[in-house]
Design a protein around this ligand. Structure first.
Ligand code: PRP
Ligand code: URA
Length: 209
């Protein structure tokens, strides 16, 4: 089974409380989401591969470390996943960014794909899928299917909030994918919204309704 890491750092919890509040503006919501993503990204990137690098400091030669292999690829699930891209790019500025366009059909709750653009040589890259909300888990599972169908072999996922039901469904669908979340919430409501959650992440990021 894929590992689920709940990043319970005090700063993340503090910022998450501010972000959840209904009165938080889109501007502050975006800023908080970026800050939380950076803090979560510290855990997410902990086991990325590194290699030795010989360098000259002003005092002489030493062996340091550098990121090994091809640049990782960050894949936001459109739209709301876009709100987590800058946070990760702040940590991994050389990362590539792919995009997967999905929306959850409000009637069937099934994910519908409308866009996919990924960098080349995806099989040789660490793929990090980002989407703030894991509700039924259908969208994230579909996004992982898409990157696997296009050759990805090493995938991890970063979500802000997850519902227990969705988490279980996702783990069953993709037992090889490690997942990082800042909080596992209580449940889904009758419209498959996360409770207590934060409402519609895409609408809150982009100020739509
Ligand atoms: C939201 C969210 C996830 C999905 C989660 O996107 O960003 O992608 O719902 O739901 P699920 O786990 O039940 O599939 P939405 O479809 O609202 O699209 P948006 O990002 O364009 O707002
Ligand atoms: N999508 C959201 O944006 N919020 C939820 O609570 C569930 C799905």
């Amino acid at each position: 089974m894929g590992k689920v890491t709940v990043t319970e750092h005090p700063l993340i919890q503090h910022k998450l409380t501010l972000l959840r509040e209904a009165s938080t503006s889109s501007k502050d919501f975006r800023q908080l989401l970026t800050e939380i993503t950076m803090l979560m990204g510290y855990e997410l990137t902990r086991n990325l591969p590194i290699q030795d690098k010989v360098i000259e400091t002003p005092m002489g030669r030493t062996v340091g470390k550098e990121m090994a292999g091809k640049k990782p690829v960050i894949v936001p699930v459109l739209r709301a996943g876009l709100g987590m891209v800058d946070g990760l790019l702040n940590l991994i500025p050389g990362a590539r960014v792919g995009h997967i366009g999905l929306y959850r059909d409000p009637e069937t709750l099934e994910p519908v794909e409308y866009y996919c653009k990924l960098p080349n040589e995806i099989a040789d890259r660490e793929v990090i899928i980002v989407d703030p909300m894991l509700a039924t888990g259908g969208s994230l599972a579909a996004a992982v299917n898409f990157v696997k169908q296009r050759g990805a072999t090493s995938v991890r996922a970063l979500c802000l909030l997850a519902a227990p039901e969705g988490l279980e469904a996702f783990q069953k669908a993709h037992p090889d994918v490690d997942l990082y979340v800042s909080c596992i919430d209580e449940k889904l409501d009758e419209h498959a919204y996360i409770v207590p959650g934060l409402g519609d992440a895409g609408d809150r990021i982009f100020g739509t309704k």
